[in-house]
Unconditional design. Structure first.
Length: 195
């Protein structure tokens, strides 16, 4: 159970309700329907419930997340590689649970997803490997080495490298939110980092 109770329709004020509708009515609602943004009680799942507790800031946070996911120059499969690397680094159960589903939809195979979960750079696709190394170095070393940076720049271009850094930072923020409030995976799903 999360440390923040899920806010149902009866508990949300008008500002919270407007944010709820923005989250559940946008591009995210279509993309994330596999795990469901809303639980059986009508409360938001994942990091989105926490956003309702500070709706003005929560709105800015969710808008940045939507931009990074749906308006970035970074291809969707590479975006998911970076997000999974962050989720694995932070051992953020909900983050991993949700984005492993999205990653499969975006074309990542089970072997690639499993490698990322266990901190290994996936083999077979150099773009995927470069993005994983970049995100992993930034998370572990708090810097990106010259070789990795150069490879990312060559393969992705400057704008996508900038967006990759923003993406890693954003999902670090989200993973911290999920972990601080102990946001669980949906009932019946297995917590990927349990134990």
């Amino acid at each position: 159970m999360s440390r923040l109770p899920g806010l149902t329709a009866a508990e949300r004020d008008p500002v919270q309700q407007a944010l709820f509708e923005s989250i559940t009515g946008g591009a995210r609602a279509q993309s994330d329907r596999d795990f469901g943004l809303v639980d059986a009680n009508g409360a938001l799942r994942g990091p989105f419930n926490a956003m309702l507790y500070s709706p003005e800031i929560g709105d800015a946070v969710q808008k940045l997340g939507a931009l990074l996911r749906f308006s970035s120059t970074l291809p969707a499969d590479l975006r998911e590689v970076a997000i999974l690397a962050v989720g694995a680094h932070w051992r953020a159960d909900f983050e991993w649970y949700a984005h492993a589903l999205i990653a499969k939809k975006e074309g990542l195979d089970d072997a690639t997803i499993d490698a990322i979960k266990h901190g290994r750079t996936p083999e077979g696709d150099e773009d995927i490997a470069v993005v994983h190394r970049f995100a992993s170095e930034l998370l572990r070393e708090r810097r990106v080495g010259a070789e990795t940076y150069g490879a990312a720049l060559e393969r992705l271009g400057e704008r996508s490298v900038v967006e990759l850094v923003f993406l890693v930072g954003y999902y670090t923020f989200i993973s911290g939110t999920l972990n601080a409030f102990e946001v669980p995976v949906p009932e019946g799903a297995e917590a990927p980092f349990a134990g």
